[in-house]
Structures are given as structure tokens and as C-alpha cells.
Design a protein around this ligand. Structure first.
Ligand SMILES: [Zn+2]
Ligand SMILES: [Zn+2]
Length: 251
């Protein structure tokens, strides 16, 4: 406003009512532009799926209201903070993403009716995401295994499909049948370094010295009680089912 000279906006003799209206419009214009730019900015960020930027913007901009929640209802499931969830994977519908819900927010521009519902999730990587970087890990990673990471993102709450459970490998193995939506975790994945944290401690199974994979068939040595892949010890299907097995080290 400082750059306008006051006298320009006063009704001078000969000015019609009409021009006064125009002047009023001119004066109020900068304010309107501010509102439009916030809306447009949000729209742009939404289109590019920059949800974290929307949250950051909303936290600073007084023309936007941000609310936080402890739980929400999506797809007829109630999900609470700290719960694990299956999240829609647009690129690979056969393998949903897995994440832990860390924050639930709604964002609304004060002058708009549109409500944006977002969740901050802490990602757990699945097999296909890991073997892109570590193809050699393919034989020992289970299809129901997830790897904790320090990666977080904001996602649309509507991308959440259902709650899921993440247990330890021991709990996973002791459950009688593979339940849908139950995963196990035993390792952290460090995306920046593209490596596992603590892998060497698990590389002690079978003669191949790989981590145990509950998806594969193992046979236990009746002497040392260690487990071996049937293929690694040269057994064929049918050869191991009924007889005792003594491993190469114990023979
Ligand atoms: Zn083996
Ligand atoms: Zn043995």
C-alpha cells in the first residue's frame, strides 16, 4: 500500500461513482492476490504430491488451519497413531507398501471447503524394493519380511488400505498359519548406504551361511539340531520326509 499516493484514490470533482468502485477494487487487489497464490501454491504442491511441503506451508501460513488427530477411519478401518498399515502401491498393486503411522493431520485453507487429509508414515521396505539394490539377497528374503528404515513421508490418508501387523521372526514362525497382513522384521535397511544393519549376525544358517528364510524348506540335523536347505545338502523331495537326517559335520 505504501507505493500508492493517497490523492489518487480520493473522489475528485468530475469523477463518477463508477471510477470510485474501480479504485476500491484496485486497492483491495493485493490482498486477493495473496489468497490466490496460497491456493495455487497448495494446488501445485498437491498435483506434484509434495505433501510434506503442504504440511510445512500450513504450519507457517495463518490462512491455513492444520488439525492433528490420534486416530482416523479409512476404508472402514480405524487406524491409530503408531499402528502399521498397508498402503496402496500404484506402480506394483501386487505388493502393497508397509509403513507405521506417525502423524495424522487435516489441512484446510480458511476460505476453502476442501479438506486435505494426510498421514506421516515411517516406511518399512519390502523384498522387491531391497533386491533392486541387493539382488544377491533375493534367496534369503521372505515375501512377508519387511525392513525398518528411518525414511518418512507424508501420504494421502486415502492411500491407506488396511491395518497390518509386524512381528519378530520367532513370533512369525510360531503362528500356525501365514495370516494375511502379518509381516516379520529382523533387520534395518540403511537406504543412504544401500546396506543392511547387522546382516553378518544372521548369516549363520545352513552350509550356504545365509540368513534363515521361512519361505523355504529346511531339514534339521538330528544330532546338532541345525537347519539346512534341502537343496544345499543335496536332498530331493520325498527323500527327507520320514527318515532321520544327520548333517555333513556330524557324520
Ligand atoms: Zn543353504
Ligand atoms: Zn549336524
Amino acid at each position: 500500500m505504501a507505493e500508492f499516493k493517497e490523492d489518487k484514490f480520493f473522489n475528485k470533482p468530475g469523477d463518477s461513482e463508477d471510477s470510485v468502485d474501480k479504485l476500491k477494487k484496485k486497492i483491495s487487489k493485493p490482498k486477493q492476490q495473496d489468497i490466490i497464490s496460497t491456493s495455487q501454491k497448495i494446488k501445485e504442491m498437491f498435483k506434484k504430491q509434495q505433501f510434506k511441503d503442504i504440511v510445512n506451508w500450513a504450519e507457517k501460513d495463518p490462512s491455513i488451519t492444520l488439525h492433528e488427530y490420534d486416530e482416523m477411519k479409512v476404508n472402514s478401518h480405524t487406524l491409530k497413531l503408531g499402528q502399521y498399515a498397508l498402503i496402496k502401491n500404484a506402480k506394483n498393486p501386487s505388493e502393497d507398501f508397509v509403513g507405521k503411522i506417525q502423524r495424522i493431520v487435516t489441512i484446510k485453507e480458511n476460505k476453502s471447503k476442501k479438506l486435505i487429509c494426510l498421514c506421516e508414515v515411517n516406511w518399512f521396505y519390502r523384498k522387491s524394493e531391497i533386491i533392486k539394490f541387493k539382488p544377491q539377497a533375493k534367496p534369503w528374503i521372505s515375501n512377508n519380511e519387511v525392513f525398518s528404515t528411518s525414511c518418512t513421508d507424508y501420504i494421502l490418508a486415502s492411500a491407506i488400505l488396511s491395518p497390518c501387523r509386524i512381528v519378530t521372526l520367532e513370533e512369525y514362525e510360531s503362528s500356525s498359519q501365514a495370516e494375511k497382513g502379518v509381516f516379520f522384521t529382523r533387520l534395518e535397511w540403511l537406504p543412504a548406504k544401500k546396506k543392511f544393519d547387522g546382516l553378518s549376525k544372521l548369516q549363520n544358517h545352513c552350509t550356504c551361511k545365509q540368513p534363515q528364510n521361512p519361505d523355504q524348506i529346511y531339514i534339521q540335523c538330528d544330532k546338532c539340531q541345525k537347519w539346512y536347505h534341502i537343496t544345499c545338502v543335496g536332498l530331493k523331495k520325498g527323500e527327507y520326509e520320514q527318515k532321520d537326517y544327520i548333517c555333513g559335520c556330524c557324520r
